[in-house]
Design a protein. Structure first.
Length: 310
């Protein structure tokens, strides 16, 4: 057997890549076999075969799927590497397989929110969950109170009707504190509140806004509404929204109370509510406690901001 090639400098490999060289260098420096690494990943709930790890290490394939990139994040931890040191070498995710050069797909509502078992029943009570509206632009403005809990969410949407006689907008909202009362839907412009169905154990809410006018196919309108909490709740560390279908523009803005400003924020994206999400970029927190990002053409799935309090 020929002698093993000299081990490259790990810090240099992590700095300049490519990914497979950095991963190979990190594995060799750790002294762990691929079988041992695979076992440790499995113990953390991440299933990756030894063959796949070998292919990544040799550059025969790359971790492109969200689940694979999540495994790379865990590899960084298991191999004692700095956070994002391997993921940053992968670059943006590339289009894959049969979806390349095709129109972006539309997710079923139940797939987008698949972890919420009570949602289908709530939607059944509302009738069809497809309101026939495309979200051309969405601007979410969150306010976080002095306890680090969500105080208010104000949403402005530019909508386009995709078929004739569209007369309502369907909203799905979730919380992260079952002990807290659901927020009040208020501050509605260009529509009025219709039916609301909720599961307070999640908490999860489905509401309809009845438009001020019936839209014909291709017509647009602007809707605004606010979810306002009457009392404070548990400290939160994530806000965001989900899209069943591609949108044109999404802006997420968070205003933190001066007494509750996190140390760092990141933008995340994922395919399902409550599922794994990949960090996309760090989000700057201004001196006034404001953090914001804008995404052009967000595909189906979730866009979120997460932060660390300390």
């Amino acid at each position: 057997m020929p002698p093993q090639s000299p081990l490259p400098d790990l810090a240099d490999a992590l700095r300049h890549g490519p990914f497979e060289v950095a991963l190979d260098c990190a594995v060799r420096a750790s002294g762990l076999s691929l079988e041992r690494i695979q076992h440790r990943l499995a113990a953390r709930g991440v299933a990756v075969s030894v063959t796949t790890l070998s292919y990544w290490r040799r550059g025969r394939s790359r971790p492109e799927r969200p689940q694979s990139r999540q495994a790379v994040r865990l590899l960084e931890e298991l191999l004692g590497l700095p956070t994002d040191s391997l993921v940053s070498l992968l670059g943006p995710q590339r289009p894959r397989g049969r979806w390349v050069n095709r129109q972006p797909r539309v997710l079923e509502t139940e797939d987008l929110w698949q972890q919420y078992k009570s949602l289908p029943g709530l939607l059944d009570a509302m009738g069809s969950n497809d309101d026939g509206l495309t979200r051309l632009a969405v601007h979410d403005r969150y306010e976080i109170d002095e306890n680090g809990a969500e105080r208010r969410l104000t949403v402005t949407m530019v909508l386009r009707a995709e078929h004739e006689r569209v007369d309502r907008l369907v909203l799905i909202s979730r919380g992260d504190d079952p002990q807290r009362e659901l927020p009040e839907l208020t501050g509605i412009r260009n529509a009025r509140k219709g039916r609301v169905r909720s599961d307070t154990s999640v908490p999860l809410s489905v509401a309809e806004l009845l438009l001020d006018r019936i839209l014909t196919k291709g017509e647009t309108d602007v809707i605004e509404y606010t979810y306002a909490f009457g009392t404070t709740g548990a400290r939160t560390s994530e806000v965001g929204t989900g899209f069943r279908a591609p949108a044109r523009l999404y802006t997420l803005e968070v205003q933190f109370h001066p007494d509750a400003v996190p140390v760092r924020c990141h933008r995340y994206s994922g395919t399902t509510a409550g599922g794994p999400m990949d960090p996309a970029e760090q989000v700057w927190i201004s001196a006034s406690g404001r953090a914001a990002f804008t995404v052009e053409d967000p595909g189906p799935g979730f866009q979120a901001m997460r932060w660390e309090w300390e």
